[in-house]
Design a protein around this ligand. Structure first.
Ligand code: PHE
Length: 446
């Protein structure tokens, strides 16, 4: 089967694809919102530490599993632990299910973003229509735009690794960066932005050891790096043995963290600019009123206050969100598709449509039972599934594989790891520190 497997054609291609998976609604919506509801700069600081000290090593574990196995998540885990095929199946398949379920709610949110991208065009005469549009519950809109978004995801994934994932990530990621830069330049020159920058960048150190803050920051880091979903295993499996895995993983982490940080520079000041203009965003104690306010109230209000240019800015912002969501959703669909293709010998086009269809059905069920299911599926996957499976991947690499084989795999395309202090420590780190730290944070959150 391996002869028909795809492979990323270049370093740049892999970095764009994996960073594309990582950079998503989690960075542009989740991170700034979490920051605003968890004490501003203190959260940013804790997040940076956890992202580099826990999430990056865990990301390396998943990439190593995939690159070694050169196969879908289940088969790659089985190669690491040939004596534990059942455990390998549970972890790999669990990750695949997690990816599919995340896609089922992610596509709904992405559908809102798509529809919001179109609304300023449709309602040129009145931008506040965007806010009304987003705040009005509409079954029809949700179903149609969720389906359109999943179809876009299917169209890319059915083309395979090089002509689908890589080609589109290389187009969409630079577009995303351009739009983000333009938006920041605009918002930071507005009145009120300065107070927002202060809240974002000056930490209140008394908050730093707050357990809630730690739990939120770790969950955010795992979600943002797409961990515990088999996604990074499968992307790792498309990297050639000549590539330096270690630096690739570092680039992906850096880009992900940087874009979350930069998105904060856009959103947090935007909140203060909007508050200045009379939109109620923070309570009297300074707490964020609702996590939903950001995209549904703050930004539309802000766009509305901008006059004519507001249309353009709204269009750019929602296009940015849609693009970020698409490069993430393709990675979520690739996890189950690659498994189906390799395990059942199905052709890619067929597998993509069948799985995409199944996920659409789950999304529709969520749309119809929104108040009970939406939040439930989000907590099930992001609070339980991802940390648990991410931790088990660390345990696979740390405990079920020999240190020698692990270092041999990393050494390919890297050179002699024995001279690097970091790689002397890492196997031990992945064996003890990561699983224990993840477990602590996980049980704390229960
Ligand atoms: N990392 C993506 C984001 O931040 C979400 C994601 C989660 C993608 C899990 C793939 C798998 O939006």
């Amino acid at each position: 089967m391996s002869s028909v497997r795809g492979e990323f054609s270049s370093r740049f291609g892999f970095i764009m694809a994996a960073a594309g998976s990582a950079v998503g609604l989690g960075n542009i919506w989740g991170f700034p919102t979490q920051t605003a509801s968890n004490g501003g700069a203190a959260f940013v600081l804790v997040y940076l530490v956890l992202a580099f000290c826990l999430a990056y090593p865990a990301l390396m574990a998943e990439l190593v599993i995939g690159r070694h196995g050169q196969a879908n998540a289940v088969s790659s885990l089985k190669k690491i632990a040939p004596n534990q095929p059942k455990a390998a199946f549970v972890v790999g398949f669990g990750g695949i299910i997690c990816a599919g379920l995340i896609l089922s709610f992610y596509a709904i949110v992405a559908g809102w973003m798509l529809s919001a991208t179109l609304s300023p065009i449709a309602e040129i005469s009145q931008l506040s229509a965007t806010a009304t549009w987003l705040n009005t519950q509409s079954l029809g809109r949700d179903l149609i735009f969720t389906a359109i978004f999943i179809m876009m995801t299917i169209a890319i994934i059915s083309k395979g690794v090089e002509n689908g994932i890589e080609k589109w990530s290389k187009r969409l990621m630079p577009a995303l960066l351009g739009i983000l830069a333009a938006l920041i330049a605009y918002v930071l020159t507005q009145d009120g932005a300065e107070a927002g920058l202060k809240a974002y960048l000056v930490p209140d150190f008394s908050q730093i050891l707050n357990p809630d803050l730690l739990v939120s920051a770790l969950g955010q880091a795992f979600f943002s790096l797409s961990l515990g979903t088999s996604v990074m295993i499968i992307y790792g499996s498309y990297i050639s043995k000549q590539e330096n895995l270690v630096s690739l993983g570092a680039y992906v982490t850096l880009i992900d963290v940087l874009i979350a940080f930069v998105a904060g520079l856009l959103i947090i000041p935007a909140m203060y600019v909007a508050q200045e203009q009379g939109v109620q965003i923070f309570s009297e104690t300074g707490a964020l009123l609702s996590e939903d306010t950001l995209v549904f109230q703050v930004l539309p209000a802000l766009f509305n206050s901008m006059g004519d240019i507001g249309y353009l800015v709204a269009l750019a912002f929602f296009a940015l969100m849609s693009i970020a969501a698409l490069t993430s959703s393709i990675s979520m669909l690739e996890a189950p598709v690659s498994y189906t293709v390799e395990n059942f010998g199905m052709n890619r086009l067929q597998a993509t449509w069948i799985i995409g269809g199944l996920i659409s059905i789950i999304s529709f069920v969520i749309v119809f039972n929104f108040s009970t299911l939406f939040g439930f599926v989000i907590s099930l996957t992001t609070q339980f599934g991802q940390p648990l499976i991410g931790m088990l991947c660390c345990i696979f690499v740390g405990w079920m594989w020999s240190r020698h084989k692990l270092l041999t795999e990393i050494q390919m395309g890297y050179g002699d790891v024995e001279h690097s202090v970091f790689w002397k420590i890492w196997p031990w780190y992945i064996k003890f520190v990561c699983p224990i730290a993840i477990a602590l944070v996980f049980f704390n959150s229960l």
